[in-house]
Design a protein around this ligand. Structure first.
Ligand code: NAD
Ligand code: ZN
Length: 347
């Protein structure tokens, strides 16, 4: 089968012919219908060797929708033929966080201090779904999509799930009076605007330095879109400051300025990993009771809720589609900021 593989750290991926996966034990095979391209993939590919404990070549793709096509001898064969999205966090299932349903903070997937980043799941250490077929360890990582368009379903696995978790894990701040700011209206951010509205949030501001992203933000019902946090600041302060700022850029230009537009008791949720740094302390002149969080991805229950939101028509993905052979050039276009919404490969 064809697969998009990272051959060496710091190099562009390549489309290669590799053997078909064979399920053993409780494993299942997914015929991949769609796989999204995430900016995180570029962070992984750009990293020097020694940071990630990932064997190379590595098939990329951690945002996958497909149809179950084969089951190992110990797997539940009733899954065959079902359309699914894959939860990309292959957690241990037994640690205290897994027992709490917080698989995204599984102790078995934690990095040792000073150690390498461990294998998390498909495309992030284990062979991923930018391929014609994907092997998953068990049905536990599958969420049925009941016939959702796979081009929409695939981005739910990370862009939708990460945005959803970043919002739903701050549900104490979410109601019709909420003032929210979404920074970075790309794959994750364009989902976040829709999720905030679906949860009834009254005021949603957006910031992106790309014009097509600002246009997308307004078309998805943002009240206004600005080129920078500084440009948005006076309008946000006129609303008493932001209750929640979701920073999907996480850049030096966004993180620190984002903390300054919080209202009293407001929360900055940093999701993007573009090198922004924040000084934390009590005497910084920021709003009283301000908080900062850096959530990671989302839980399996969150993924089921994201799929339900999409099935109910409250959430969709703006996509640009490519075939497998175009994936390397699509990643370059993502890097250059040329693509609105999510790039999705249809193998
Ligand atoms: P994307 O490229 O689709 O979107 C990022 C958006 O941010 C773009 O629209 C870009 O124009 C905008 N942006 C970048 N710098 C900006 C700045 N200085 N000011 C204003 N806007 C700016 O990327 P994506 O796939 O949506 O991923 C977003 C980030 O989230 C990435 O850093 C990715 O690694 C990270 N991520 C984190 C998690 C997690 O669990 N924490 C999961 C997935 C992705
Ligand atoms: Zn665990």
């Amino acid at each position: 089968m064809l697969a998009v593989q990272l051959i060496d750290w710091g190099r562009a991926p390549e489309v290669r012919e590799i053997p078909d996966p064979e399920p053993t034990g409780g494993e299942l095979v997914i015929d991949v219908d769609a796989a999204g391209l995430c900016l995180s993939d570029l962070h992984v590919m750009d990293t020097p060797s020694g940071v990630f404990d990932y064997p190379l070549p590595l098939t990329l793709g951690h945002e996958v929708a497909g149809t179950v096509s084969a089951a190992g001898p110990d797997a539940d064969a009733s899954w065959i033929g079902k359309t699914v999205v894959v939860h990309g966090i292959w957690s241990c299932g037994t640690c205290r966080n897994c027992a709490r349903g917080r698989e995204n903070y599984c102790l078995a997937l934690a990095r040792e201090p000073g150690g390498r980043n461990p294998r998390i799941g498909n495309g992030l250490g284990h062979p991923g779904g930018l391929a014609e077929r994907l092997l998953v360890p068990s049905a536990d990582v599958l969420v049925p999509t009941a016939g959702l368009d796979p081009t929409v379903a695939a981005p739910l696995a990370d862009a939708g799930l990460t945005a959803y978790h970043a919002i739903s894990s701050n549900s104490d701040l979410i109601d019709s009076a909420t003032v929210a700011l979404v920074i970075g209206v790309g794959g994750l951010g364009h989902m976040a605007i829709q999720i905030l509205r679906a949860m009834g949030v009254g005021t949603v501001f957006a910031v992106d330095n790309r014009e097509q992203a600002r246009t997308l933000a307004v078309s998805l019902s943002a009240d206004a879109a600005y080129t920078s946090v500084d440009e948005a600041a006076s309008d946000i302060r006129a609303h008493g400051g932001a209750d929640i700022v979701l920073d999907f850029a996480g850049a030096p230009a966004t993180v620190e300025s984002a903390s300054t537009v919080l209202g009293p008791g407001g929360r900055l949720v940093i999701v993007g990993t573009a090198g922004g740094r924040l000084t934390v302390g009590k005497d910084l002149g920021l709003a009283s009771g301000w908080q900062v969080r850096a959530p990671f991805w989302g839980t399996r229950a969150d993924l089921a809720e994201v799929v339900a939101l999409a099935a109910a028509g409250h959430l969709t993905a703006e996509t640009v589609t490519f075939d497998l052979s175009e994936a390397p050039s699509a990643y370059e276009r993502l890097r250059r900021g040329e693509l609105p919404g999510r790039a999705v490969v249809l193998p």
